[in-house]
Design a protein around this ligand. Structure first.
Ligand SMILES: Cc1ncc(COP(=O)(O)O)c(C=O)c1O
Length: 364
């Protein structure tokens, strides 16, 4: 029997094959490949989808974070509060600007623990970077209040939370800037690298627009040393297709998650929980198990693929040795790294495959 992969991007393509092919060929034939009509159309649609004034396409999610931090004025000597259990790119967005990440432990929903923000605050704190990890929206009301109270910038890493809301308001629209990745496996994925930022702030919009294009606001005149970080026309055209189906794709994820939640029954396995009032678009379906590594082996033998998001937390990653953290400094984050496991969750997974995942988990 064929092994069930953790993701099947081909299924996402074939679902709307004709529309994707039409968009790609239309763009190829247009003779215009960077910064054109397709990008403009996607940016407008993506801003409207999120309920924000502006959206700007960039080359990838990491660049979105780097540019967002720079645009709100984060730099050398600043500290940014960020949850310990996140993907490394979140942290790189901070450190690439010369600022220091100050890690905060997560709550039971894998999101930043808002009760621990005050104790992490110092006179150097400049911003909070919230990550809506696995598609579950963080507890935004207290975060927004905290930022207002201490006059801090607020950046949201929405690389995993396209379409996830808190009380009807989209993640990415609570702070100064929302940053998105369109890496192919994301809920809104393209067919290569891509990213975007959303904001209501005209100044931030203009600054990022300039910075993504070498720091140029007028052709061949350069105000700042910027990046080459643009979302190309083909990706923008393909993203417009996928965006038009995003609600339907998200609904499919809700159904898969619901089926897993109702049918996975094993005392050794903890299922993901969702905070009352928080959106969860299940970018990943993350279970927890004390004997996680043994479970991985068992599932592999049963033909079920799994993946760990993430085995080494940023504060213990080799690239951040300079920050001076050691094992034991973030016990909750570290325990999660040792026990979390993502099971197959993607658009196009069949009922039969879901049943096989459930059966394997229940027999463990
Ligand atoms: C939480 C998070 N932030 C940032 C990124 C970076 O996005 P990209 O891979 O497009 O650079 C990703 C995904 O890779 C992510 O999962």
């Amino acid at each position: 029997m064929e092994k069930i992969a953790t993701n099947r991007l081909d299924r996402g393509f074939y679902k709307y094959q004709a529309e994707f092919e039409e968009a790609a060929i239309r763009t190829l034939r247009s003779g215009w490949y960077i910064m054109g009509k397709e990008l403009e159309a996607f940016e407008q649609a993506f801003a409207a989808y999120n309920g924000s004034k502006y959206a700007l396409g960039v080359a990838n999610g990491l660049d979105a974070l780097v540019l967002a931090c720079r645009a709100v004025g984060i730099g050398e000597g600043d500290e940014v509060l960020v949850q310990g259990n996140t993907y490394i790119a979140t942290v790189m967005g901070i450190t690439r600007n010369g600022a220091k990440p100050v890690f905060v432990e997560p709550d039971q929903y894998h999101q930043i623990d808002v009760t621990k923000l005050e104790e992490a605050l110092t006179p150097k704190t400049k911003a909070v970077m919230v990550v809506h990890l696995y598609g579950h929206a963080a507890d935004m009301k207290p975060v927004v209040e905290f930022c207002k109270k201490h006059n801090l910038k607020l950046i949201e890493d929405c690389a995993q939370s396209h379409g996830s809301k808190v009380e009807g308001k989209m993640t990415g629209t609570f702070g100064d800037v929302g940053c998105f990745s369109f890496y192919p496996s994301k809920n809104l994925g393209c067919f290569g690298d891509g990213g975007a930022i959303v904001t209501d702030n005209e100044e931030i919009y203009n600054k990022i627009k300039m910075l993504r294009n070498y720091g140029s606001s007028k052709r061949y005149y350069f105000d700042e040393v910027g990046l080459n970080s643009r979302l190309d026309e083909i990706q923008a055209a393909l993203l417009s297709v996928r965006l038009s189906h995003l609600d339907e794709l998200t609904n499919e994820r809700y159904e898969i998650a619901d089926y897993y939640l109702k049918n996975i029954k094993n005392d050794k396995i903890d299922l993901p929980k969702t905070r009352e009032g928080a959106g969860n678009v299940y970018h990943q379906f993350v279970i927890r198990c004390k004997t996680r590594d043994d479970l991985i082996k068992y599932l592999d033998e049963k033909g079920v693929g799994t993946i760990i998001h993430y085995p080494v937390p940023p504060h213990l990653s080799a690239c951040y040795e300079n920050l001076g953290y050691k094992k034991g400094d973030l016990s909750i984050t570290e325990e999660l790294a040792d026990t979390v496991l993502s099971i197959p969750m993607y658009n196009g997974i069949t009922k039969e495959e879901q049943d096989r995942v459930i059966e394997a988990l229940n027999n463990y």
